[in-house]
Design a protein around this ligand. Structure first.
Ligand SMILES: Cc1cc2nc3c(=O)[nH]c(=O)nc-3n(C[C@H](O)[C@H](O)[C@H](O)COP(=O)(O)OP(=O)(O)OC[C@H]3O[C@@H](n4cnc5c(N)ncnc54)[C@H](O)[C@@H]3O)c2cc1C
Ligand SMILES: *[C@@H]1O[C@H](CO)[C@@H](O)[C@H](O)[C@H]1NC(C)=O
Ligand SMILES: *[C@@H]1O[C@H](CO)[C@@H](O)[C@H](O)[C@H]1NC(C)=O
Ligand SMILES: *[C@@H]1O[C@H](CO)[C@@H](O)[C@H](O)[C@H]1NC(C)=O
Ligand SMILES: *[C@@H]1O[C@H](CO)[C@@H](O)[C@H](O)[C@H]1NC(C)=O
Ligand SMILES: *[C@@H]1O[C@H](CO)[C@@H](O)[C@H](O)[C@H]1NC(C)=O
Ligand SMILES: *[C@@H]1O[C@H](CO)[C@@H](O)[C@H](O)[C@H]1NC(C)=O
Ligand SMILES: *[C@@H]1O[C@H](CO)[C@@H](O)[C@H](O)[C@H]1NC(C)=O
Length: 516
């Protein structure tokens, strides 16, 4: 035994808490000085922890979608399975009540922004190693772990000749996407992505693992469909699979002087979605550094049955493309290839915001004017080459709520939506730094506020604030309607009676902060 020095006659050992002394003597473990990280070492997670000194730490930060999510946690813990998740959670919740102001973040794909999925003072639970996808022919269910990216999921399912209603962009993660709802190419027939989840496996804050489906814990099943990160950590999603048919896929880029025709096409498609329910149209306006113009019009157009000449998309197809863009054709591709070829958003300081309004050409025209102003403002402020911004006008017809209802319902409150709507989303990536992002966020909030008040002046009421596209300043859960808010509140209290997910896992949108 090593001799311990004495200071003022007192043995140093007497000053050390017993557990850290024990940890010092353990063969591999050491102490970090951070209570929650040390508690994880004690619990046996020493080899699944990354500290700033670990070679894997910086690459994990770099793998976040946005620079503004690359926060530096005291340590990152990477559970391998649900048992690990249970032990990690109970260990962390026992390691003090957060005095010293440390808290916990949960990360799946890492595609959301700011501190939703990471933390500077505390521990990040990184689900990266829980990325398996399996398929059961008998039940036609795909079982998907939350840490996977949609490209990995589709790659695996392609081998079995099936797909699921997942993300359109292969780089997006499974966990956050499904907990927020999920807009997919299959929406016209299948509703939101979450409507196709037959079962969730969830680790509750006390370490108990439960299944939530139509028969067991059905209140939790419903709450998890759009209720976000309020109940525990989901460790598996069992989703109904669909045949892996080739999609007719095209990306059209059109000059801005066809805005009028473009808006007509969007309004028309949205009002006729019912007739064209195997089509998907993702219209957007885009400014990027390489463009010689302020912005262009664009649309991703898909037919999920492989119809390359779908009449639903003919109005868009009549608008001339910018000659330098891709050839005028739609390709037949499996979802795995489509998800791999979708637009790559540049890395940077990224912001987003969203609002939904009725499918009214006047509001879209106002939105387009505001976007021109927005691009102009940012060009002045940070320079045209220092930002990329996209604004999406996604058709959001009432039929989606009908399908959701038929499949057991979700939390987004779409059953109240009796008319067709447009889900507006702004994305911005600034390369020059965080002060540029602050401006970009401010002006984006201005756009959202002006659109809301303009829509209100035309008699439109408050509609969905879609969680997966919301800025931290927004309150998506409040937009779900009283019945759903009450449901989320009751279920969160039932499955996490101590409110640990509310108090100790601050990222994402928490029911405890909703005032309604
Ligand atoms: C390029 C791009 C394309 C996109 N395309 C689409 C699209 O087509 N359709 C669409 O609907 N959305 C789309 N989105 C938005 C996307 O759905 C959200 O960013 C979503 O949050 C990403 O999920 P993630 O797992 O990568 O997120 P993360 O940032 O890892 O997680 C998001 C939130 O969910 C929580 N969380 C994650 N997993 C779990 C879990 N297992 N248990 C409990 N809480 C968890 C996290 O703590 C965090 O608060 C897109 C975003 C980008 C940037
Ligand atoms: C999936 O998890 C395994 C460990 O379980 C890991 O080795 C692998 O890198 C992960 N794959 C991806 C694509 O992240
Ligand atoms: C739009 O601009 C393009 C050049 O970018 C031009 O060829 C075309 O004639 C213009 N169309 C209209 C309707 O103004
Ligand atoms: C698509 O339809 C148009 C008119 O309906 C027709 O002229 C064209 O040849 C069709 N194209 C294909 C690829 O079928
Ligand atoms: C995705 O695209 C990249 C680059 O083109 C390619 O290397 C990779 O194999 C593709 N993955 C799948 C699953 O198609
Ligand atoms: C653009 O900047 C002006 C001047 O600061 C501001 O009044 C306006 O709200 C901004 N609009 C948008 C959409 O950015
Ligand atoms: C773009 O950002 C870089 C880096 O911050 C800066 O040096 C440059 O001046 C910016 N460009 C303009 C036109 O403002
Ligand atoms: C964990 O919490 C759930 C939900 O409150 C409860 O049903 C279960 O009995 C708890 N398990 C233990 C071991 O306390």
């Amino acid at each position: 035994m090593q001799r311990l020095p004495k200071i003022g006659g007192v043995l140093i050992a007497a000053l050390l808490p017993l557990h850290s002394f024990a940890a010092c003597n353990a063969a591999t473990a050491s102490i970090s000085g951070f209570p929650p990280c040390d508690a994880l070492i004690q619990a046996g997670f020493g080899d699944r922890l990354l500290f700033p000194t670990s070679p894997e730490y910086q690459p994990r930060l770099a793998s976040y979608f946005a620079l503004n999510s690359q926060l530096h946690p005291w340590c990152i813990v990477q559970p391998q399975d649900k048992k690990d998740v249970a032990k990690v959670m109970t260990t962390l919740f026992k390691a003090g009540r957060g005095a010293g102001d440390w808290h916990i973040a949960v990360r799946a794909g890492g595609h959301n922004l700011f501190h939703t999925n990471n933390i500077d003072t505390g521990v990040t639970i990184d689900l990266v190693n829980m990325n398996e996808t399996t398929y059961d022919t008998g039940t036609n269910l795909a079982s998907i772990e939350p840490g996977a990216k949609w490209l990995n999921v589709y790659e695996k399912l392609h081998e079995h000749g099936v797909v699921v209603t997942g993300g359109r962009d292969g780089t997006v993660g499974v966990g956050g996407f499904l907990l927020g709802g999920g807009l997919t190419y299959y929406m016209g027939q299948q509703g939101l992505a979450c409507d196709n989840i037959k079962n969730f496996e969830v680790v509750l804050t006390n370490g108990t693992v439960v299944d939530a489906n139509a028969e067991q814990n059905s209140d939790l099943w419903k709450a998890l469909k759009g209720g976000g990160s309020n109940f525990g950590i989901v460790t598996r999603f069992d989703m109904e699979a669909l045949p892996d048919k080739d999609l007719a896929y095209g990306l059209r880029i059109m000059p801005a002087n066809y805005t009028s025709e473009f808006l007509d096409a969007v309004v028309y498609f949205t009002d006729h979605y019912q007739e064209f329910n195997t089509d998907a149209l993702v219209p957007f306006l885009m400014h990027e550094p390489d463009l010689p113009v302020d912005f262009v019009l664009a649309a991703i157009q898909v037919n999920t049955e492989g119809d390359q000449n779908s009449t639903g998309l003919s109005k868009i197809a009549q608008i001339p493309q910018i000659s330098s863009a891709q050839p005028d054709e739609t390709n037949l591709l499996p979802l795995v290839k489509v998800a791999n070829s979708s637009t790559i958003f540049p890395p940077g300081w990224i912001g987003q915001s969203t609002v939904t309004f009725k499918n009214d050409r006047r509001i879209l025209a106002r939105a387009t004017e505001l976007y021109e102003q927005y691009v102009h403002n940012l060009t002045q402020a940070v320079g045209a080459d220092n930002f990329t911004t996209l604004i999406f006008y996604q058709p959001f017809p009432s039929l989606i709520g009908d399908i959701s209802g038929q499949k057991g319902g979700n939390m987004l409150g779409l059953d109240d939506q009796t008319d067709n709507a447009i889900l507006w989303t702004g994305f911005v990536s600034v390369s020059s730094g965080p002060s540029g992002l602050a401006l970009a966020q401010l002006w984006m909030s201005v756009m959202v506020t002006e659109l809301k008040s303009y829509a209100a002046s035309l008699g439109d009421g408050d509609r969905l604030v879609y969680m997966n596209y919301a800025d931290p300043s927004q309150d998506p859960i409040s937009s779900y309607g009283k019945t759903n808010i009450d449901h989320i509140r009751r279920v969160a209290a039932e499955y996490d009676p101590a409110g640990l997910f509310q108090m100790r896992v601050p990222g994402g949108f928490k029911i405890s902060r909703v005032d309604v």
